[in-house]
Ligand binder design. Structure first.
Ligand code: ADP
Length: 555
């Protein structure tokens, strides 16, 4: 089979104006970024505000292997399948970050015959949103350091600056740095550091904002430091909320592209699913819901992490909860949960699938506990055997949960027709959604609910630091915010090696970081990487551009 980029380059794309037409948008409703990309201005969303909202399908997964289980691939292929059935459908996905693209992933715009196009642009600079976010973030840092330099009117304690600079690359050498060296003319020396752009609060803010006004309000609320009285200092107090919102005014508009089969797709915003909430922007999802009958969207990592945050954080801003959930499972990941070594995953092992099923079962029950109808999609890989697929189907059906074998990677929309047909029936059922926790409950109680009811843990411990921070959160009146859990994606627990469905484990909350602009409190469990490093052999070593501008090696 051809590589992703070969398949993408062999596809004849439709002009973006004809893609826009499919969702009822004419030339004046979009802003062209070349032939195959467009932004949808917020006035267009206002114009269609009165439209009835479509059905929302959330694609999530079991706890993944490091390679990913194919959520984006299934999201794209499923939308193409619905389009083949004549449905009005759109995809809403995140924008890839250059760091992982150049580092390990190679590309993150689906795979095989289920991709969004133009894949090179989407994986590289796209419409410049992530660069705008980088600039907006670093502008705040520059204004903060300037305030320190110009007599420090806000009484900022340089040892308690929270705000970091960002870059959309994996660059471990920038994790801890010292700035302001070189004498009084060059600023106030202090320790600083870089995060990757997609881990920044600005990215989360952009993805949760519901309008330009709301964006500006959220930016003004961002806490950048503490003063010498240990009170929060905000972007609003720096006086630059307006200018930062100005830098983001175009980045806030959703990006319209197409799938290989010409289905309209919105690719917008890309917050990390560990430190942030991990789903595409509220504005893109909302726009898609107003412009089509069915919207397929994805949340990062497993249903315990991105899925939970989609349901408990994003939907509260979106004003809409999913009508059904697709849980993507792969035979290889279930075998890993069943104790098989990574090198042995291509060998048939029915017993390991049986043991690993415990992981899928808990995710199914979790999603059902929100009152949502669930369907399982097996993302088929070449090495999967009939016996393995049979046992997985039988185990899932024994829970009265529908399951579909999908081959969208190999066949595009055609490989997802059964999933689409079964899902269509599920979408007719009434979902009866209820949140896991009430916003009014104390932070510790929210975390406790997530750990005991979603992760299957026994108890939560708070470090002394987290306890102190919990008191500060109360004093500052931030208790009513949702919690954004930052933990490993590989396990239900905070230990990446505890696979399948562990029980009786304790979880330690190391730190609580208020992200007041984003509107959530991050609970850090274990070490979470906010600036990844590059592997020994970065994916970039295989990438190239020919003299006539043709890109290769983006997987
Ligand atoms: P996720 O969204 O869960 O991170 P992706 O959809 O990005 O996963 O897929 C991860 C990688 O696996 C991509 O490189 C994709 O091309 C590849 N992939 C996905 N599904 C299949 C499949 N069925 N067979 C082979 N490779 C696949």
């Amino acid at each position: 089979m051809k590589s992703d980029i070969e398949i993408a380059q062999a596809t004849t794309m439709q002009s973006i104006t004809s893609i826009a037409k499919k969702i009822g948008l004419n030339f004046d409703d979009i802003e062209l970024y070349g032939k195959y990309k467009a932004k949808i201005p917020l006035e267009t969303l206002e114009k269609f505000e009165k439209n009835r909202e479509g059905k929302l399908v959330l694609v999530t997964s079991i706890n993944p292997t490091p390679a990913g289980e194919g959520k984006s691939t299934v999201t794209v292929g499923l939308a193409d399948a619905f389009a083949r059935l004549g449905e009005s459908v759109m995809v809403a996905l995140r924008e890839p970050s250059l760091g992982p693209v150049m580092g390990v992933k190679g590309g993150a715009a689906g795979g095989g015959y289920a991709q969004v196009l133009p894949m090179e642009d989407i994986n590289l600079h796209f419409t410049g949103d992530i660069h705008a976010i980088t600039t907006a973030n670093n502008a705040i840092a520059a204004f903060l350091d300037n305030s320190l330099h110009q007599g420090n009117p806000l009484n900022i304690d340089p040892r308690r600056v929270i705000w970091k600079r960002v870059l959309d690359l994996n660059d471990r050498a920038l994790r801890h740095i010292t700035i302001g060296l070189g004498g009084p003319l060059n600023g106030v020396p202090r320790e600083d550091g870089f995060d990757i752009t997609v881990a920044s609060e600005i990215m989360a803010v952009l993805c949760l904002a519901t309008s330009l006004e709301d964006l500006k309000y959220r930016i003004s609320k961002i806490v950048v430091a503490q003063n010498y009285d240990r009170k929060p200092v905000t972007v609003g107090e720096l006086g630059v909320a307006g200018s930062i919102a100005m830098l983001l005014k175009d980045a806030l508009k959703p990006n319209l592209v197409q799938t290989i089969e010409g289905t309209p797709a919105l690719i917008h915003g890309g917050p990390f699913a560990n430190i942030a909430h991990g789903c595409n922007s509220v504005l893109a999802t909302k726009t898609a819901l107003k412009l089509s009958d069915i919207v397929i969207t994805e949340a990062g990592f497993g249903a315990d992490l991105g899925g939970e945050k989609f349901l408990d954080i994003k939907t509260r801003q979106l004003g809409k909860t999913p009508d059904a959930v697709v849980i993507v499972a792969t035979i290889r990941a279930l075998k890993m949960h069943g104790g098989v070594d990574k090198k042995e995953l291509t060998k048939e092992n029915v017993e390991a699938v049986k043991i690993g099923f415990a992981n899928l079962k808990r995710h199914i029950e979790n999603m059902q506990s929100y009152g949502l109808p669930v369907i399982v999609a097996i993302n088929q890989f070449a090495a999967d055997t009939e016996a393995e697929i049979e046992i997985l189907s039988a185990l899932t059906e024994s829970l009265s949960v529908p399951i579909s074998l999908t081959q969208v990677f190999e066949k595009g929309g055609e490989g997802g027709l059964d999933l689409a047909r079964q899902l269509k029936k599920l979408l007719q059922e009434k979902s009866d959604f209820s949140y896991l926790y009430a916003l009014e409950s104390p932070i510790s109680e929210k975390i406790n609910k997530i750990v005991t009811e979603i992760y299957g843990g026994y108890k939560v411990n708070f470090s002394a630091k987290a306890k102190r921070q919990m008191r500060e959160i109360e004093e500052n009146g931030w208790t009513n915010l949702p919690v954004c859990m930052a933990k490993t994606q590989y396990s239900f627990s905070d230990n990446p090696n505890l696979l399948a469905a562990p029980e009786g484990f304790e979880i330690t909350v190391r730190e609580l970081i208020p992200k007041i602009g984003a509107g959530f409190i991050v609970a850090l469990l274990g070490d979470i990487m906010t600036m990844p490093g590059l592997p020994k052999r970065p994916a970039a070593l295989n990438m190239d551009v020919s003299n006539d501008g043709k890109i290769s090696g983006l997987f």
